[in-house]
Design a protein around this ligand. Structure first.
Ligand code: URP
Ligand code: ZN
Ligand code: ZN
Ligand code: ZN
Length: 485
């Protein structure tokens, strides 16, 4: 089955040009002017549209058992929501329960993800530390094709790991050519602030924001960066939400450290006032960690995306229904943490980023797709419109508008944190490995259409940070057989 996309403007992160795109067998086989369609090719007229690599969301939680309940979108509906908004791939987190084997958690996630409608990949979480975890990490990297390990520095008493565990695990990542990810919040301080607030009678959703100020994120981000540097590995900081965390990342990058930061579309566009809404349900639906911040932090995040000190935009899609949120009706620490956003990330970022002049259309492609594929080591299979790449494409109309509403969304939850937002810039047709997955509101992708994407270890040069080089200079020199004065 061939498809010829004719007359569009191909937008990659580094270049745009008028070109046709020919697809065969799920891959792009030609990009150029006035391409001829082979015999039975389906022709798609893309006149006036941008032809971009499909979005990749590097951070989602489908059907996740978390805080005493299970997130409401599963792999089927989460990926369908993604496709309807121009995102053709997600990277979800396999999260072993404390003391659970990574291999068992991986089997759980393979089973849950069989019904994915779009392509997907996994990160693996390190939720405890002991010799078996050290051993299993090798299987995860070499056999399962997962090269990233997530660490929660918050959620004390549940998923949180301490500094000793971080250093062990980061060192193991360095040895395996893998990269650690961190949820950077000081979980000990959050735990203490939560207790203090509850003791003072603060039980509503606003307490969630008070208990997790930017300082707890800035401190943890800086600590994780320093530990990664000593362990000799790069670091990826998920949901970077505030100036303090961004500045720690920027400083590290200026010092030559390979540190990446991931703002969410929610933190770029929604602020702390959301928690002051008089309607408990309204505020609780927006409870996530880190919380939405005072507006001034958004300027820092946008500046990071513009200058490159922050590289990608994600959603951390972890959706809970209003009913589930009400588990915390008497105590904000029991409100399940998480929001949705998968189907809105691309239109919201186009509207708030490209239409305002903050981002070029090429930078939009970079932060929603190409940079993610490069940082997570699946480029140019994903993240590029070029010969040999998977035909994961979005035909984008920069003039088309809609008003976001839960009434018309694909996600299974009963509200939308962007309710009422007017977006301009929408997908028209979305292709997943050369098949039309979504077209003008017609969702054609089916459960099970998605494939797992393996991600191989990073090249060795990726894991040589500055402190590690100093500490290990004698060993490194000996290993390389190099004699230096
Ligand atoms: O509140 C959030 N972010 N929930 C999902 C789990 C996590 O911390 O990423
Ligand atoms: Zn130890
Ligand atoms: Zn997190
Ligand atoms: Zn998350």
């Amino acid at each position: 089955m061939s498809i010829l996309i004719r007359g569009g403007t191909v937008v990659n992160h580094d270049h745009s040009r008028r070109a046709d795109v020919l697809i065969e067998g799920g891959q792009i086989v030609a990009v150029g002017e006035k391409l001829e369609a082979p015999g039975k090719a389906e022709i798609i007229d893309a006149g006036g549209l941008y032809v971009m690599p499909g979005g990749i969301d590097p951070h989602t939680h489908m059907e996740l058992m978390f805080m005493g309940t299970v997130s409401a979108d599963d792999f089927e509906w989460g990926t369908k929501a993604a496709l309807s908004g121009g995102t053709t791939m997600i990277v979800d987190f396999c999260i072993p329960a404390p003391k659970q084997s990574m291999l068992a958690a991986y089997q759980d996630w393979r089973r849950k993800s069989e019904k994915a409608a779009s392509d997907y990949s996994f990160h693996m979480a390190v939720t405890w530390w002991d010799k078996p975890v050290f051993d299993e990490m090798e299987t995860v990297v070499k056999t399962y094709g997962i090269n990233t390990f997530k660490h929660f520095m918050a959620y004390k008493g549940a998923l949180m790991v301490n500094d000793d565990e971080l250093y062990h695990s980061f060192s193991r990542c360095a040895g395996l050519g893998a990269m650690p990810l961190v949820h950077a919040e000081n979980g000990d301080v959050v735990f203490r602030m939560q207790a203090d607030l509850l003791a003072q009678g603060v039980t509503g959703p606003e307490g969630h924001a008070y208990s997790r100020p930017p300082e707890v994120e800035g401190e943890a981000t800086n600590r994780a960066i320093m530990i990664a540097d000593m362990a000799g590995c790069p670091l990826y900081v998920v949901h970077t939400s505030c100036r303090e965390a961004h500045e720690a990342i920027k400083r590290a990058r200026e010092a030559g450290k390979r540190v990446y930061g991931e703002p969410l579309i929610q933190h770029l566009t929604l602020d702390e006032d959301e928690y002051r809404n008089k309607d408990w349900d309204y505020a609780a639906r927006r409870v996530m960690s880190p919380p939405f911040r005072p507006k001034k932090h958004q300027d820092s995040l946008w500046a990071g995306l513009q200058s490159g000190s922050l590289q990608v935009v994600a959603t951390d899609h972890c959706s809970f229904t209003t009913e589930q949120k009400r588990m915390g009706a008497k105590d904000f620490t029991r409100i399940p943490n998480g929001t949705g956003g998968l189907e809105d990330r691309m239109p919201m970022l186009w509207t708030a980023g490209v239409n305002t002049g903050r981002l070029t259309k090429e930078e939009f492609v970079a932060v929603t797709s190409a940079n993610i594929a490069r940082i997570l080591n699946m480029y140019p299979k994903k993240g590029r419109v070029d010969v040999g790449s998977d035909a994961d494409l979005v035909l984008w109309d920069p003039t088309r508008s809609k008003t976001i509403s839960a009434k018309t969304q694909v996600s299974r939850i009963d509200y939308n944190v962007f309710e009422g937002y007017q977006v301009t810039g929408l997908p028209v047709t979305v292709l997943s490995r050369g098949r039309i997955a979504w077209k003008d509101g017609d969702l054609r992708a089916k459960a099970g259409d998605g494939e797992f994407v393996r991600r191989d270890p990073f090249p060795a040069a990726h894991v040589a940070n500055s402190t590690w080089r100093e500490i290990n200079r004698p060993r490194a020199v000996k290993r390389a057989g190099v004699v230096t004065p």
